[in-house]
Design a protein around this ligand. Structure first.
Ligand code: ZN
Length: 53
């Protein structure tokens, strides 16, 4: 399950070291259409959003 940083509302994978405090979210925001829309390096090893579950 992705988590949303409470600092800047960026989306991260659970366990991301760039997030001190985050809130689990069950669905990605509508504006996220591909992993390219997710800025953090924690997504780099994913090829598609379908792998996020
Ligand atoms: Zn991250």
């Amino acid at each position: 399950m992705p988590i949303m940083s409470s600092d800047d509302f960026s989306i991260h994978r659970q366990g991301c070291q760039n997030v001190d405090d985050g809130m689990p979210i069950s669905d990605l925001p509508d504006e996220v259409e591909s992993v390219d829309d997710l800025d953090c390096q924690c997504w780099d090893d994913l090829d598609s959003l379908a792998e996020i579950a």
